[in-house]
Design a protein around this ligand. Structure first.
Ligand SMILES: [Zn+2]
Length: 351
């Protein structure tokens, strides 16, 4: 009898302790590891990311791109803690620049910064069940392909766009001169011609204010006649959506360096957005000092009615940057950057 009472009391005690409370359960999964490797399969090369989770299958949702982060692919894994994995991984930039792990209240996000716009990128997400024999846990597998976006000389998202490119200076106006004698007018023309090739190859309709070494208005033009002639190309070319003027920066001190972009604040919010996208893309490609996006009243920006920006690729008066500006591969890289900046602008502006 005493035995029965004891057992009864014990059961009662256990019941009290086992009544479910209002306290929310902590996330039950945990990321055990994230691996990345470049895989070749059936003639396709892609980046394979494996996210291994403890405790079996977990639910997840996928979000891609946003106005602020058009290159982002976000996988949110429910009821999961970040675990001990590195919170930022550098990846092969052909596919994606990085993967970041961010723990939320109950869920964990894995954020990929893709090489191109998430909208246009090709990727696939699958899951693999745990495999006890191989000692592998449940995995979410993300394959990221090298898409057309990163193909040399082709940028997605520019098809049918009308763009006017203005190679700064030319003819009698040499622009600034570098310490080794490099002329701004030659750099701006080279980069603009390369940019035109990429844009046209990507399906855009491109007009240059000049295609060779000459003054646009004529050799005897005043400054404002010359700049008006350039603005007129933008105004008089039907359907112009963007006017982009390409320049190199210059200063009396050789130590000034870096990249900057100008826009006119009095037109519309699109001008600033355009400048931001161009600046961001240039910095991604050239790795130079970020001098920022600046509002100003340059002639070609105030005398064009469509969104316009003036980029200063780098300082021609800085010895190292002059060497870059004169280098064919660097010019090509900057042309690619400007094309990407334009594509990003069109994607986020919704125009
Ligand atoms: Zn200039």
């Amino acid at each position: 009898m005493r035995d029965v009472v004891c057992r009864f009391l014990l059961t009662l005690l256990l019941c009290v302790f086992m009544i479910p409370g209002e306290v929310e359960a902590a996330p039950s999964h945990e990321i055990k590891y994230i691996t990345s490797k470049v895989v070749e399969e059936d003639g396709n090369t892609f980046l394979r990311m494996e996210i291994g989770l403890s405790k079996g299958a977990a639910e997840y949702t996928v979000k891609k791109g946003s106005i602020l982060h058009p290159n982002r692919l976000c996988i949110e894994i429910e009821n999961t803690k970040p675990g001990d994995v590195q919170n930022e991984m550098r990846l092969d930039p052909k596919y994606a620049k990085s993967a970041r792990v961010r723990g939320l209240d109950k869920n964990t996000q894995v954020l990929f910064s893709l090489a191109g716009l998430a909208e246009n990128e090709e990727y696939s997400i699958t899951t693999i069940e745990a495999d006890k024999k191989q000692k592998k846990p449940f995995r979410i597998v993300v394959d990221i392909y090298e898409s057309g976006y990163v193909r040399r000389g082709f940028v997605d998202g520019l098809k049918g766009r009308h763009i006017v490119v203005d190679p700064g200076h030319g003819g009698t106006d040499r622009g600034a001169t570098g310490p080794s004698g490099l002329l701004e007018k030659d750099v701006t023309l080279e980069v603009s011609l390369k940019l035109r090739d990429i844009l046209e190859n990507s399906g855009a309709i491109v007009t240059l204010t000049r295609e060779d070494d000459r003054d646009v208005w004529g050799p005897t033009a005043t400054d404002s006649q010359e700049l008006q002639a350039r603005s007129d190309v933008g105004e008089n070319t039907p359907g112009t959506e963007v006017f982009l003027s390409v320049h190199c920066n210059a200063f009396s001190s050789e130590s000034s360096h870096g990249t900057e972009t100008y826009y006119y604040y009095g037109k519309s919010w699109l001008d600033e957005l355009l400048a931001q996208n161009l600046q961001e893309a240039m910095l991604e490609h050239n790795g130079l000092h970020d001098r920022g996006v600046k509002a100003t009243r340059f002639y070609v920006l105030t005398h064009t009615s469509m969104p316009a920006a003036l980029v200063e690729l780098a300082f021609i008066t800085n010895y190292e940057e002059e060497a870059l500006l004169g280098d064919d591969a660097f010019q090509e890289e900057m042309a690619m950057a400007l094309a990407e900046g334009l594509a990003n602008y069109f994607a986020v502006s919704g125009t």
